[in-house]
Design a protein around this ligand. Structure first.
Ligand code: NAP
Length: 483
């Protein structure tokens, strides 16, 4: 394995408890988006490597599923502790390959580790049911068994948390996994593996396959009858492909897909709280989040004051290499993401939008884009339909609640909506009318390991986190008993 060593991160595939080269020896480079320099290279898994990982998972399955819930819980609890002990190192690795500011990366590591703690607590709460059948009088006994080998495909925007949000419940349920991290950010998952081993995860239970041939590799895995679950976080376009692939063998699916979150500020909102919430909902992770506020609908009576205060905060944010202390806005993950943001702003401005701050990439090395506020954005602007995935706040005015609700719901996505009002009664009534899996009511952050995360419509299928996340990796068996 000839790669430039960096921060002691392994760079092979992890199969059956060992780091190995790809079967054809191929590797690919991992870049630092803040400097545009190559950090190192990692092995690129082939379809054959995928089969080896499945063999390893199959061999590990019955032993892992057969361990008592308490034993699996203790492994997860230990993984939480070890991860937090290495929070700073892991945060630096995330910043190096993803570009986000260290403060964002530190929060991500804490959030990611929390899934291990939460599922350590859930592992011992796999509850069944017993009841008498109303007519026959037989006993209906219901139990939940591990679903089987799960393939986990994760995105680059939260390279630690999107992995632990799946690995935690899978391991708690007793399922072995094959993880396919995003090619932009494979190092974080590779760095997590020694932590999981140290925590007591046996060989074959977690396998990691970075790969430049994601499509072919995952498709082959999906068509192997040993795979019973695909849990995917990423774009709706790729999610659709995987749903088609899963249909052939009727594989269970968990889909966490794209979003187009509305951020609604009612006339009676606490404007300071709304601006604070907006800074989180828009700028956490530089806007590279499925939960990022994509469209702001602000009541006409408070539009100008909200826009002015948000602009003031955005203008004062410190941009730079995410590794520098105090930087709040790091680099976007790659040139394509930065160029897409640039395109969205140019399109909106060409159609009549006005820039209050930002509106351009930062010159020089690295994929930086200045925090931007746009007002008077016309309905035809592309950024109102598509995920911006960057630090651009797009503001529109609204007059009536009915009109605002219908505009907010006018999208094929339905992940999260944010709503600010001082009147809780109105807030709850409006929340019910919003076609979204999650609502941030007077809050700019909904992500929580104890809450069921997920979307409706084309934002996804299933939930991660909470008890619901454990159930995704369990299959229900009912035994009809005469006793
Ligand atoms: P992406 O392009 O869909 O990639 C996600 C993962 O899928 C990566 O590991 C990628 O591998 C892999 N992949 C790509 N094409 C594939 C194929 N044909 N078959 C199997 N796997 C394939 O998404 P992304 O750009 O990394 O992430 C951004 C998207 O994720 C956004 O749309 C965002 O909204 C969404 N997201 C959703 C949630 C949620 O919980 N709902 C959370 C975070 C992000 P390669 O990297 O090798 O291409």
């Amino acid at each position: 394995m000839d790669a430039k060593p960096i921060m002691d991160i392994p760079t092979g595939l992890f199969i059956g408890g060992k780091f190995v080269d790809a079967s054809d020896g191929e590797r690919f480079d991992v870049m630092n988006p803040a400097t545009e320099q190559v950090l190192t290279s990692v092995a690129s898994a082939t379809v054959d490597d995928g089969m080896k990982a499945l063999d390893a998972a199959e061999a590990a399955f019955s032993d892992w599923a057969g361990r008592t819930p308490r034993v699996r819980a203790e492994v997860l609890r230990k993984a939480f502790e070890l991860m937090m002990a290495e929070q700073e190192r892991l945060a630096r690795i995330i910043t190096l390959e993803n570009g986000k500011a260290l403060s964002d990366s530190r929060s991500e590591v804490a959030y990611a580790a929390e899934f291990f703690r939460w599922y350590a607590e859930e592992a011992v709460r796999n509850l069944g049911d017993v009841m008498r059948a109303p007519s026959s009088g037989a006993r209906i006994l219901v139990q939940h068994k591990p679903i089987g080998i799960a393939v986990l495909v994760t995105p680059w925007n939260f390279p630690a948390a999107m992995a632990t949000r799946k690995i935690g419940p899978a391991l708690a349920a007793g399922c072995p996994v094959v993880v396919k991290p995003a090619s932009e950010t494979p190092l974080t998952m590779l760095a997590l593996m020694p932590i999981l081993e140290k925590a007591g995860v046996p060989p074959g239970v977690v396998n990691i396959l970075p790969s430049r041939s994601s499509g072919a590799l995952v498709d082959k895995l999906l068509h192997d009858p040993r795979v019973r679950m695909i849990s995917f976080t990423g774009s709706t376009a790729v999610g659709r492909k995987l749903l088609h692939g899963a249909a052939d063998n009727v594989v269970n699916t968990g889909m966490e897909l794209g979003g187009n979150a509305p951020f609604i500020v009612c006339a009676d909102a606490d404007i300071d709280a709304a601006v604070e919430g907006a800074m989180i909902a828009k700028m956490r992770n530089i806007g590279e989040a499925c939960t990022a506020a994509n469209r702001f609908y602000v009541h006409e009576e408070v539009h100008d004051i909200f826009a002015a205060r948000l602009t003031d905060r955005m203008r004062r944010m410190k941009i730079g290499n995410g590794l520098e202390e105090g930087v709040e806005v790091g680099a976007l993950v790659n040139a394509e993401t930065r160029d897409k943001v640039e395109h969205f702003v140019a399109d909106a401005v060409a159609k009549g939008a006005e820039i209050l701050t930002g509106g351009e990439p930062v010159p020089g090395k690295g994929y930086f884009y200045a925090p931007t506020v746009l007002v008077n954005v016309p309905d035809t602007a592309e950024c109102l339909r598509d995920e911006i995935f960057g630090p651009v706040a797009v503001l529109q005015r609204f007059h009536s609640e009915d009109e605002m609700i219908s505009r907010a719901n006018d999208t094929e996505y339905g992940l999260v909506a944010y709503l600010f009002t001082k009147d809780l009664k109105r807030g709850l009534a409006l929340s019910e009318r919003l076609e979204y899996g999650m609502i941030g009511l007077n809050r700019g952050l909904v992500s929580d390991p104890a809450a069921p995360f997920g979307g409706v419509k084309q934002s996804g299928i299933g939930r991660e986190g909470a008890h619901a996340g454990l159930m995704e990796f369990l299959e229900t068996q009912y035994i009809s008993v005469a006793w």
